[in-house]
Design a protein around this ligand. Structure first.
Ligand SMILES: [Zn+2]
Length: 296
């Protein structure tokens, strides 16, 4: 194995739908971020929840990225065969008493938590052992009374009061599925990812992921979150809103739109230029400071 290069980013689409405009922006932002630093760009399929996978979606995503001129380093990798790795991390946290089995249903938690809170914070019911006669439904992280802060390169300083705003969160479900947070932290660490560029909808997930990195002794990558793409009705443009598959028949046009969304001000003529010209322009003019705008 050659020594790991210092800069490595990734794009991790979920195969629950096609590549839509929001995911294209995510791919482009992380791509330009690492390529501008001569770094590597890895492609991971986040297929943790197999029930949500749409047949043909992963092939379509790869096809669309290739059609637009993205080049990824190494083979495309997936999460579904990493269950053993995830479970080992859960066992490590359980052995260190940093996690505990929980029998509570969503309804139990709702009933036991402070009704004045906007989100039901886990009240700690099973922290010191399962109530008698109850079986574990999940494994939760024992979240310390701690504020986790980090410097987001585009958003700025970000903090979260873990005990009050998050509470003990689920890292494993008894059906044998790791939580998104645990899986993504382990995947990023094992792949040597040093830079994570993604939409601001994941900003408040980041302190949870940093906490997991610290508890598992993993390095924390640099983070940069960009404003989220919204549909015309103001909802987040994503799978939940059935965002349409991007049209790759005019690659220069769709890439120019994504560049404009990232405040890169591409010249209007670029939309009808050969796609190679768009990439050349994008690499030469990449200005991440332009993205540092207030969150929507
Ligand atoms: Zn519980």
């Amino acid at each position: 194995m050659p020594p790991a290069p210092p800069i490595r980013g990734r794009f991790a689409p979920t195969p629950s739908g096609p590549l839509h405009f929001g995911s294209l922006v995510a791919a482009l932002a992380s791509y330009l971020d690492v390529r501008a630093r001569n770094g590597e760009w890895l492609l991971r399929i986040d297929d943790l929840d197999q029930n949500r996978e749409v047949t043909g979606a992963r092939e379509a995503i790869l096809e669309d990225l290739a059609a637009l001129g993205f080049h990824w380093d190494g083979p495309v990798y997936a999460q579904h065969d990493r269950g053993q790795r995830y479970r080992e991390a859960v066992d490590e946290l359980l052995a260190k008493r940093l996690a505990f089995p929980c029998a509570c249903t969503r309804k139990d938690i709702q009933e036991q938590s402070d009704p004045g809170e906007p989100v039901a914070i886990y009240p700690g019911t099973c922290r010191n052992g399962l109530p008698s006669g109850k079986e574990a439904r999940s494994i939760r992280l024992h979240v310390p009374d701690q504020v986790i802060g980090f410097e987001d390169e585009w958003v700025g300083p970000t903090h979260q009061d873990m005990a009050r705003e998050v509470g003990d969160f689920v890292i494993w479900r008894v059906e044998g599925i790791a939580s998104y947070h645990l899986a993504t932290v382990l995947d990023d660490a094992d792949a040597g990812i040093t830079r994570i560029v993604r939409g601001a909808d994941l900003l408040d997930s980041t302190p949870r992921q940093i906490l997991l990195q610290r508890l598992l002794g993993l390095p924390t990558p640099a983070y940069a979150h960009f404003p989220v793409v919204h549909a015309e009705d103001g909802r987040k443009l994503g799978k939940q809103t059935d965002a349409p598959r991007i049209d790759t028949s005019q690659p220069a046009k769709i890439l120019s739109m994504a560049l404009a969304f990232l405040h890169q001000s591409p010249p209007v003529t670029l939309a009808s230029a050969p796609v190679e010209d768009v990439w050349q322009w994008a690499f030469r003019n990449w200005a991440p400071q332009a993205i540092k705008s207030p969150l929507p």
